[in-house]
Design a binder for this molecule. Structure first.
Ligand SMILES: Nc1ncnc2c1ncn2[C@@H]1O[C@H](COP(=O)(O)OP(=O)(O)OP(=O)(O)O)[C@@H](O)[C@H]1O
Ligand SMILES: [Mg+2]
Length: 406
């Protein structure tokens, strides 16, 4: 078992400072006292590691070791009759027990500590007699240890209770947030369905009209019949695209993230576009940073993101002439480190007044567009905890920037 790593804290330094203070006071010519103080200091600092290493009953051993060290210190600084108050060191095991245990166990450990303290009487018994005032003084000292134990225990219990409450509140907040997100999604779905119904109505109207004209008696002949059945076929195609695009958007994504090479996913999207426009003279310029670590993403979904963006860029350049610049680089945004992917084209660009709308479902300026591409893109990027925005390019075309956090 490897002990959990813990850095030397400010508190550890303070410990050492105060213990050094105790050691520096030369109350007697004895180096044992300094050694014991050193042992106490070291044990306190490495107690955390000790507890990790000794899982079973580690806390009990820790308190016992501290009682032992305290007893040694008192024994080596004049015993119970000492002119100095080293006996206060018993507050250390008592406070430790109060931090680890409940109130009754704390009282039990305090009783053991006071018993250890009183055991310093044993070597004196043959020579001294315990006076009445001596007994009272001893009782006072011991009772104060109990007070320390209860006080620390109360404080620790209260802090623990508060942090538990905080955790519970945090959990409830998370649940409330999840609920809010769910109802937001439902509202968005409602809006979307209304949009879809609207989009379905136009082609259905064309199909219905064409079919009615075709079914007239006598049915239209020649060129008109051909035109009408052409309408039916193209509108059915349009409906098909619409429905499959809609499903792509509305179906809940199961995001399964795995470390992926972003540039490989981008290459696949670029290849899909090149295959789709085999005769295009669009020049693709790649600026992929070397040695980027893999990013945890869902490969299939992210390929969809890149494909949509690259297709939009090709479509903006008419699929013919232009330059597509794709860059991938490490970046830090909003306190997260991640990868930024930029896709820039030399098409007409996005007019400023449309920049707010392009991510809305069904917003399209293309005769055969559905207007769901960027909605799908932004949903997937959101699911990855990333962000996407269209950036200004001063009339040189459009530029999209996707940020994906590690
Ligand atoms: N690279 C670009 N250059 C110029 N305009 C763009 C670019 N990318 C998107 N747009 C604008 O944003 C609109 C919405 O894009 P989106 O991808 O959502 O839908 P679409 O491409 O029209 O349809 P589809 O659902 O088939 O993708 C586009 O119609 C276009 O007006
Ligand atoms: Mg598109």
């Amino acid at each position: 078992m490897k002990p959990a790593r813990r850095r030397f804290t400010q508190l550890d330094i303070l410990w050492l400072v105060f213990l050094s203070g105790l050691a520096a006071l030369k109350t007697q010519d004895e180096f044992h006292k300094d050694l014991i103080l050193l042992a106490i200091g070291l044990f306190q600092i490495f107690e955390h590691r000790f507890l990790v290493l000794v899982r079973k009953r580690g806390k009990a051993y820790s308190v016992l070791i501290k009682i032992g060290l305290a007893t040694l210190l008192v024994a080596h600084t004049g015993g119970i009759n000492s002119r100095y108050s080293y006996y206060l060191i018993y507050a250390l095991p008592v406070a430790t027990a109060a931090m680890f245990y409940g109130v009754w166990a704390t009282l039990g450990w305090t009783a053991l500590a006071t018993a250890a303290y009183c055991s310093n009487l044993i070597p004196l018994l043959p020579e001294y007699e315990l006076t009445r005032s001596g007994t009272i003084e001893l009782a006072i000292r011991n009772l104060f240890f109990f007070l320390v134990g209860i006080l620390v225990n109360r404080f620790v219990t209260e802090t623990r209770r508060q942090s538990e409450q905080l955790r519970e509140t945090h959990l409830r907040l998370q649940q409330a947030e999840a609920e809010a997100r769910r109802s937001e999604r439902l509202a968005a779905l409602g809006q979307l369905t209304a949009g879809l119904a609207h989009e379905l109505r136009n082609p259905l109207g064309v199909i219905k009209g064409s079919a009615e004209t075709l079914s007239k008696d006598p049915p239209p002949q020649g060129a008109l019949a051909k035109e009408l059945s052409g309408y039916i076929s193209s509108e059915v195609n349009r409906l098909n695209v619409l429905v499959s695009r809609f499903l792509e958007f509305a179906r809940p994504h199961n995001v399964e993230k795995q470390p992926e090479d972003i540039s490989a996913l981008m290459e696949r999207a670029l290849k899909a576009a090149a295959d789709h426009w085999p005769n295009s003279r669009i020049k693709v310029e790649r600026q992929f940073e070397k040695g980027l670590p893999p990013v945890p993403v869902d490969a299939a979904l992210l390929e969809q993101v890149f494909t949509n963006l690259v297709f939009n860029a090709y479509e903006a350049m008419g699929g013919e002439d232009g330059e597509l610049r794709v860059s991938i680089a490490a970046e830090s945004a909003e306190g997260h480190s991640g990868v930024a992917v930029k896709i820039e084209d030399t098409g007409p660009g996005i007019p400023p007044e449309q920049r707010d709308q392009i991510f809305n479902p069904f917003f399209t300026t293309k005769p055969t567009g559905v207007g769901l591409g960027l909605s799908i893109v932004s949903k997937i990027v959101d699911d990855h905890g990333g962000s996407i925005r269209a950036e200004e390019r001063n009339g040189k075309g459009a530029s999209f920037r996707v940020f994906l956090p590690y």
